[in-house]
Design a binder for this molecule. Structure first.
Ligand code: BGC
Length: 361
């Protein structure tokens, strides 16, 4: 289990925000780190590079803190290619088949960066940009508000997009992420956060014994290049049935390559609802996920292979973390039966997701 990184002591009082220079990009742009601390022993640090959640520190049932997200100590490995540790992914999370789509009769060609497909917004997506930032704190929350203008044609997408992402850490131990975007031309948009959680601590080994529940009766099956086939499949009687708590590793060997699938979140009421819970029975730490989105991608760090040197020298091996990326379905732009991801001028895209930490006895 990890020890408490000594960057920010626990506060016993009001939420607060501290900012420090984290580094400079190779092109010389300064990158800052905003550390939000609440009044109940939880803190998180957010980088202006990629809007990355770099740390998330939470106590266990005995009050012992651990950093429960994977990441790095310095900017350099984040500026190198990495598996989207903690990033905002956009303009479009997950894959677009062959990096192409047609909108209003016009065909668009996007950057290809994942086999034959476009992944997570392309080669230099929202995860690889320096966001503008400002912070605020109130009696019950600390927040950092990030903004970014993506030019018309960025990675092949139409329209200039103004994006804003607000991270709010409140005294109830929720890290809330509010995404907003507007556009100058019709364009697809699908934003998420790509944090890799390990509730025993980022350096504690794999997450296979941690338990997960997802309120989803269906998944989005994919082909061999991880593009949806267009039909939804029931989870009943399959290793994808997480409607009750199961250890992540219990049935993972039956899923070729490990979990990397979108779950169709049950319930069609609009608004924020609880869709998943994760639990580490040893430490007692738990994580609840609430979202406005129709889907959540469960990704179990299948491509991690121990080659990355993470925070405090930690080696991140296969399944060292799990991601619960709340989003619309992959390739929605090419799938007429999936909920639309098209944003038009005059509209505002909004998505809200809350990661709520807790402890159980
Ligand atoms: C994708 C994986 C991909 C990972 C990037 C996930 O959202 O579904 O296939 O490898 O992101 O590291």
């Amino acid at each position: 289990m990890s020890s408490f990184p000594a960057e920010k002591p626990f506060s016993n009082g009001s939420p607060e925000v501290a900012v420090r220079r984290f580094g400079s990009t190779r092109l010389g742009a300064p990158v800052d780190e905003y550390t939000l601390t609440n009044g109940s022993g939880v803190s998180t640090s957010i980088l202006t590079w990629g809007g990355i959640v770099r740390t998330l520190i939470a106590p266990d049932r005995n009050g012992k803190p651990a950093d429960v997200v994977l990441g790095f100590d310095s900017l350099e490995p984040y500026e190198d290619r990495h598996p989207y540790f903690g990033t905002i992914t956009g303009r479009f999370a997950n894959r677009i088949a062959r990096g192409t789509f047609t909108l209003n009769g016009e065909r668009y060609t996007l950057a290809i960066n994942n086999g034959p497909n476009h992944l997570h917004g392309g080669i230099d997506g929202f995860d690889r940009t320096v966001w503008k930032a400002r912070s605020e704190s109130t009696d019950d929350a600390a927040k950092v508000i990030l903004s970014h203008t993506s030019p018309d044609g960025d990675e092949g997408y139409p329209g200039e997009v103004q994006a804003q992402v607000t991270y709010t850490l409140s005294n109830d131990n929720s890290l809330r992420i509010d995404y907003e975007a507007t556009t100058s031309k019709p364009t697809p948009i699908n934003l998420t956060n790509h944090s890799y959680f390990n509730l025993a601590g980022h350096d504690s080994g794999d997450v296979l014994e941690q338990e997960l529940m997802i309120d989803a009766a269906q998944i989005v099956p994919v082909d061999e290049t991880q593009i949806p086939t267009g039909v939804l499949a029931s989870v009943a009687g399959t290793p994808f049935d997480f409607t009750k708590f199961h250890p992540i590793g219990e049935r993972i060997a039956q899923v070729h390559g490990g979990y990397d699938h979108t779950f169709v979140v049950s319930g069609d009421q609009p608004g924020l609802r609880l869709i998943a819970k994760a639990l580490d029975r040893n430490s007692g730490r738990s994580l609840e996920v609430l979202t406005t989105e129709p889907g959540v991608q469960l990704y179990t760090g299948n491509f991690l292979d121990g080659s990355l040197s993470g925070k405090r020298g930690a080696r991140y091996h296969k399944h060292a973390g799990f991601c619960l990326e709340t989003q619309h379905f992959p390739d929605s732009v090419n799938q007429p039966n999936f909920p639309s991801t098209i944003l038009r001028p005059g509209e505002t895209y909004r998505q809200t997701t809350v990661y709520r930490l807790g402890v159980s006895e």
